[in-house]
Structures are given as C-alpha cells and as structure tokens.
Design a protein. Structure first.
Length: 162
C-alpha cells in the first residue's frame, strides 16, 4: 500500500489570544490555495491517484483535502484522529490496501511519520530530518504499522513549484 501524509496548506494566522475554536476555524489563505493547487498538479503529473483521503476536521485541513480530492476516486472522509497525537486508533482506521492520503497538522504528522510508521527516533524529527512543511507531502510504502513503512519521498511544496 502507499500512504501520503499531507500537511495542510498555508492558513490564515491565529489571532493573538484566540482559543481552540478559532484555531479549528482558520481557513486557507489565497496564497495557500494557489500553492497547493500546484502540489495537486504535481502529484497528478507523477501519476498519483488516490483511493481515499482521510482528513482532520479542522477547516484548513478540510479545505486542503477538498483540493486533493480531485485525485481521489474513493472520496474524502473526516476523522478527528488526525487532529490529535497519533496512536493505534488512527492506524486501525487506515485501510490496509490501496493509495490513501492523510491530511493533518504538525506536530502530529511528524510523530506519525517518524515514531509510528518509520520507527525512527523522535530526535530525528527534532533535528529536521523529517520536516513536513505546510502543503508538503511524505510518500510512504508498506503496511501501516509501527516501523513497517518505508519513506519513498519527502516532497516539500517548493518541489512542485519548480
């Protein structure tokens, strides 16, 4: 199976002193939408099609997933598990076959990528070895499970703008 971890595109800043509700409602910026459309076009040029997109319920992730949905023949499904630290419940929700994208947030995507799927140390992520920028994509192959996947590509959004 192939798994694509996608960090949401550039979103509006969080107003100072705003709470969690305001954070969850932040939309993508026009610049974020424009740049992520290039990511989608680039993935399409690489021959990527998706069977399913799983997304966090936060607005910026939902809007990113909507843009990514043109590559998905199986549609999009919301899971609150992508808006919290990753664990066994999230792994159980990921289909075991096909091509699936997970759209979410930092630091949870890096924790999922590094700690659970690749079996690398958290220190590796802290040292920037697995930096997943806004609108970036980590492409993995294998079986979703602790240490069972291999990193095929770590694609920053700049890659798709070249």
């Amino acid at each position: 199976m192939e798994l694509f971890l996608v960090r949401h595109a550039l979103a509006a800043p969080l107003p100072e002193g705003a709470g969690e509700e305001a954070d969850a409602a932040r939309p993508l910026t026009a610049k974020g939408i424009r740049r992520f459309r290039k990511v989608v076009r680039g993935l399409k040029a690489l021959g990527v099609s998706l069977d399913l997109v799983l997304t966090s319920p936060k607005r910026r992730a939902l809007e990113t997933a909507e843009l990514l949905a043109e590559l998905a023949k199986g549609g999009t499904r919301v899971t609150p598990l992508l808006a919290q630290p990753p664990g066994e419940a999230l792994l159980a929700e990921i289909p075991k076959e096909g091509r699936v994208a997970l759209v979410g947030h930092e630091p949870y995507l890096t924790a999922l990528l590094v700690g659970l799927l690749l079996g690398a140390s958290v220190q590796d992520s802290l040292e920037g070895r697995f930096l997943l920028k806004k609108g970036g994509v980590a492409w993995l192959e294998g079986r979703p499970g602790p240490g069972r996947m291999a990193l095929r590509a770590l694609l920053p959004p700049e890659f798709f703008r070249l």
